[in-house]
Design a protein around this ligand. Structure first.
Ligand code: FAD
Length: 466
């Protein structure tokens, strides 16, 4: 990707040691087919977590017949708390049927603290849209595809992992401890499984990350209510999503109303003042006002959203992907595409390193491939969106300026190109310079006219930055 510094800012404004490998010599063991062709056990790869990251990793491993792939998922009908917005490119790139998309959003209203509205979807072409999904549908579709390719399903909660001290220098196996759930029973049966390599795709509260000592990250708490609104009101959200900015709905993020198949998802998030999340949730309901009046809350959900990468994403033969690694962009809070992409990318690189299941990769191998390629592709997107969130979501003046800027067709075009296709193209240096002037003008105007942010005190959590 080629970026000018300022274009980077506009792009992101709405929305991205050991040198030798081990060779498999493990002799045939109990339980392994006793034929000449099966003199050696296959290496076992465990993918922990069956969300987009884990499912996309498992389907790649499962297609390599020289590797045994096991996918652990604690809840096969999991409905991950999520807005469910996915970029258009994900549908084609991950071969998703349109049935996983509940709504095609073609209008995206951005609403300022003083109620100024801008349709930032104005430049979308007729065949372009933002997909709105229910995660229980999307995740199940990709996960089932991994099982069809041959991944073994373990419906179980991974409780801990025994990591041998010498795992960076030997082929010692990892022991996964888990509670397996049998059909018809909610009580888990404690079990263990030895595996050769682990992909941690178990989300923001990752137990794999804990077991490998990946380190901590800051996180936002995001809250969402699924609200069933009357049909006439639902008609308004047919192709419409709304993003509200203001210190009333969040001191550092945005509130949203996203349409789902027969209801809307109404939510918000914050890092700075997590204890007040319910107050911000009430405010987003109030801001949406009459548009969701008479609605019935059918589900309340909350979950952490990582703010940045974990300090360590690979240790020995354990690699993290998706939220477990910390791959959510600031500003937009987008993580589904990056989870799917990182899961697929990590698996493709590891499968190539394993050379048909003949050898195990080292930590250095995985870092030089998966980690280096991921960071090269998406590192700039994370950095720019981080900077933009700091500039535009920090106070009401900046938020007013942000909404005004988004009136620019150029900003909309560049923004949607980067969001929908995860690429930047056709940036015009003259437009960039013009935009820089407009940005400064909008910021000055915004600061001069906006009401100051409400003060809050959250001394314990706010100061606890990692
Ligand atoms: C309220 C909210 C709104 C959001 N809105 C959007 C949005 O609109 N668009 C967007 O792109 N992103 C959004 N995100 C972010 C997005 O949800 C995540 O980035 C994405 O789900 C990450 O996918 P993942 O596969 O890495 O992890 P997850 O989706 O969290 O999946 C982890 C899976 O692992 C399983 N699991 C966890 N622990 C264990 C264990 N110990 N043993 C076995 N299984 C386990 C879980 O059941 C789950 O299925 C939102 C997040 C929140 C909280």
């Amino acid at each position: 990707m080629k970026f000018s510094l300022f274009t980077l800012a506009t792009v992101a404004s709405t929305a991205s040691a050991f040198t030798s490998s081990f060779t498999k010599t493990t002799p045939v063991a109990a339980g392994v087919a006793n034929s000449d062709s099966a003199l050696f056990m296959k290496y076992k790869v465990a993918v922990v977590g069956g969300g987009p990251a884990g499912a996309c990793a498992a389907e790649i491993f499962a297609q390599e017949k020289g590797i045994d792939t096991i996918l652990f998922e604690r809840k096969l009908d999991n409905a991950k708390p999520c807005g469910g917005a996915i970029p258009l490119c994900m549908v084609g790139e991950f071969d998703l049927p349109e049935t996983v998309v509940d709504r095609k959003v073609r209008k995206m209203n951005l609403i300022s603290p003083t109620g100024v509205e801008v349709d930032i979807g104005d430049t979308l072409k007729p065949d372009e849209y933002i997909g709105m999904c229910r995660r229980e549908i999307l995740d199940k579709y990709i996960r089932d595809r991994a099982f069809e390719y041959g991944a073994e399903c373990v419906n179980g909660l991974v409780t801990s992992i025994d990591v041998p001290e010498d795992h960076k220098t030997s082929e010692s196996q990892y022991t996964i401890n888990y509670q397996e759930y049998q059909e018809g029973s909610s009580a888990g049966v404690p079990k263990t499984m030895n595996v050769d390599l682990i992909v941690g795709a178990d989300g923001a509260n990752s137990r794999v990350a804990k077991a490998m000592d990946a380190g901590l990250y800051n996180f936002a708490i995001a809250f969402q209510e699924r609200i069933k609104i009357p049909d006439d009101k639902m008609a308004f959200y047919e192709e419409m999503a709304e993003m509200y900015v203001g210190d009333d709905v969040s001191p550092d993020f945005y509130g949203w109303v996203f349409p789902k198949y027969d209801h809307v998802g109404v939510g918000t998030g914050t890092v700075l003042n997590r204890p007040a999340i319910k107050q911000y949730q009430k405010a987003i309901r109030d801001r949406a006002g009459d548009k969701i009046a008479g609605g019935k809350i059918i589900k309340v959900e909350a979950h952490p959203i990582p703010e940045h990468y974990r300090p360590r994403r690979v240790q020995g033969r354990i690699a993290l992907v998706g939220d477990a690694a910390g791959y959510v962009t600031k500003c937009s809070g987008e993580g589904i595409y990056f989870a799917a992409k990182s899961g697929r990318m990590a698996a493709e690189e590891i499968v190539a390193l394993m050379d048909g299941g003949k050898k195990l990769p080292t930590q250095g191998d995985i870092e030089r491939t998966y980690i280096a390629k991921y960071d090269k592709a998406y590192g700039p997107t994370y950095a720019v969106l981080d900077a933009l969130q700091k500039v535009f979501y920090s106070n009401n003046g900046a938020r007013e300026a942000f909404v005004e800027l988004c009136n620019s067709k150029y900003v909309q075009q560049v923004t949607f190109d980067s969001y929908l296709y995860k690429r930047v193209q056709g940036n015009n240096p003259l437009d960039d310079i013009k935009l820089l002037g407009e940005t400064i003008g909008c910021l000055i105007k915004g600061y001069a006219t906006a009401k100051p942010d409400a003060e809050f005190s959250n001394p314990i959590e706010s100061q606890k930055r990692i």
